[in-house]
Structures are given as C-alpha cells and as structure tokens.
Write a protein that binds this ligand. Structure first.
Ligand code: MF3
Ligand code: CO
Ligand code: CO
Length: 258
C-alpha cells in the first residue's frame, strides 16, 4: 500500500521538508577545506536542535548495525551512507550530504553533492548530469505517469553522458517513515510500474558513477563506495505528486548545486 497524504498531512510534510532543506543549505554554505567531516556532523546536530527537529538516521538500525551519525556524509568515491569522522575535507573534494529529519512525526529527506572549490572538469560534469537527471525524473513525477518513467529519465540522462546509475540503492516513498512504499529505482522502463497518484510523497535520489555502476561496502558496514574508486554523485529531493506540476518539498532556491 502506497500512502496517499491528505491536505493536513501534506502541510506537515512541507514543514518537515523545509527543515531538511534549510539545514542542507546551511551546511553546504559552511563546507570548507580543513574541516573534518565530524565538524559538519556536529554542526548539523546543532542546527537540528535549534530547529526542534530530530535526525532520522542517528540510531537507525539495519540488521544488527546502528548508524552513529546525525547526517550521512560521503566523499568522492563514497556513494552514500558515509559516517562522519576525523577525515579532513580537502580542496577539490566532492562532499555528499544527505539530511533526513523528523519533525512532529513526519520525515523530510534531501541530499546534494557539494564541490569544494573548483573540481576537475569531469567531476563537474558528473555533478551537473546527476542534478539534471534528478530534474528530469522529477519532471515526469505526475499523477497518471508511472514509476518506471522516473527511472527511465534518470538512466537516460546518465547514459547519454557516458556515466552509470547505481542499482543497489533506490529512492522511496517518505512520510510517517523514512522509507515507505514504493521503491523508486533510478532505472526503469517507460510506461511500466505503478501509476503515480496525487498525494504520494517520493524521495527521488539518483546516485551516478563516473565509472562502473558497481559498489562495495566498507568495513564500517555502512559506507557504500564505487568498486573502481572513481567519483560518484548524489542528489535527492522529496517531491509531492499532484495532478499538475510536482511540488519539490525540499527545494532550496535557484542554486541547487550549492
Ligand atoms: N537518507 C538516506 C536515504 O536517502 C537514508 C540513510 S539511512 C542511514 O534513504 F542509516 F544510512 F543513514
Ligand atoms: Co536521503
Ligand atoms: Co532517501
């Protein structure tokens, strides 16, 4: 069963998602070479406390593992679910921030890849393509379209640029839980999959690799890295399906790369 949110619930989602995107925006602006990833995580915890929201990932369980961070922070070849630590952010790094918060029982989920200074041309293109892929996926996220339409748009944007979509991780419904039905793959066949309905709230989140699509898990049990060590990019928005334009609940303004 895919939850359909009513007007009151949608307003709750707007508020939760606004908190998540505000925090992502603030964190993006404070990233500097010389900071540790832990510094960023600590700042995130303070922002969440200030905003009266809670991290949805701190203490999150997968099997017997418990996630120790307040946000996910993944560098360069790390695709997603990186854990903050003493590692120092350097000029030229790609810093992926994924923020999931709970506000008054409702979840907002959003991510972006932040280039630290000027990154090399290919990495720069990877970021643009991944953001464009997300925008194309969102563009077909409308009542009456199908789930496969979203994945097909994303995969086409990656492929036509010579990049590859990660297949082990997918987007998802989001609302009263961080992960609800349906799964939202970043690949698919146009016209296939369940029909989208107004009131669905979906986290659409392409992860695109410069090289091969394969990922491997680090020994920490959480961090997914590219198997070939080449960089990866990730952008994520929580989106409300309507009978017209989708509403991007985690929109941060015009400078989406930042
Ligand atoms: N925010 C992630 C997502 O987009 C979920 C992270 S779960 C964690 O679905 F435990 F790994 F942090
Ligand atoms: Co996320
Ligand atoms: Co998500």
């Amino acid at each position: 069963m895919i939850p359909i949110k009513n007007a009151r619930e949608i307003e709750k989602m707007r508020q939760a998602c606004r908190s998540a995107s505000d925090i992502l925006e603030q964190l993006s602006n404070m990233i500097r070479p010389g900071m540790s990833t832990k510094d960023v995580d600590t700042a995130a915890a303070e922002m969440m406390a200030q905003a009266g929201v809670k991290s949805a990932v701190f203490g999150y369980r997968m099997g017997h593992r418990v996630y120790p961070g307040n946000i996910c922070i993944s560098l360069n070849d790390e695709v997603i679910h990186g854990i903050a630590g003493q590692r120092i952010i350097q000029y030229g790094d790609l810093v992926k921030l994924d923020i999931t918060i709970i506000r008054d029982g409702w979840f907002g989920d959003t991510a972006a890849t932040i280039p630290v200074g000027l990154v090399d041309d290919r990495a720069d293109r990877l970021l643009r393509v991944t953001q464009k892929a997300l925008e194309r996926g969102i563009g077909v996220a409308r009542e009456g379209r199908r789930l496969g339409d979203i994945g097909a748009e994303i995969e086409d944007e990656a492929r036509r640029n010579g990049f590859n979509v990660v297949r082990e991780f997918v987007g998802h419904g989001v609302g009263r839980k961080m992960h609800e039905e349906p799964q939202v793959p970043n690949y698919g066949k146009r016209g296939s999959g369940v029909r989208l309905r107004a009131g669905m709230t979906l986290a659409i989140e392409p992860m695109i690799n410069m090289g091969a699509a394969n990922v491997r898990l680090l020994d920490d049990g959480w961090t997914a890295c590219t198997a070939d060590g080449l960089p990866s990019a990730h952008f994520e928005h929580t989106v409300l399906i309507t009978n017209a334009e989708p509403e991007i609940l985690t929109w941060r303004g015009k400078t989406q790369l930042k």
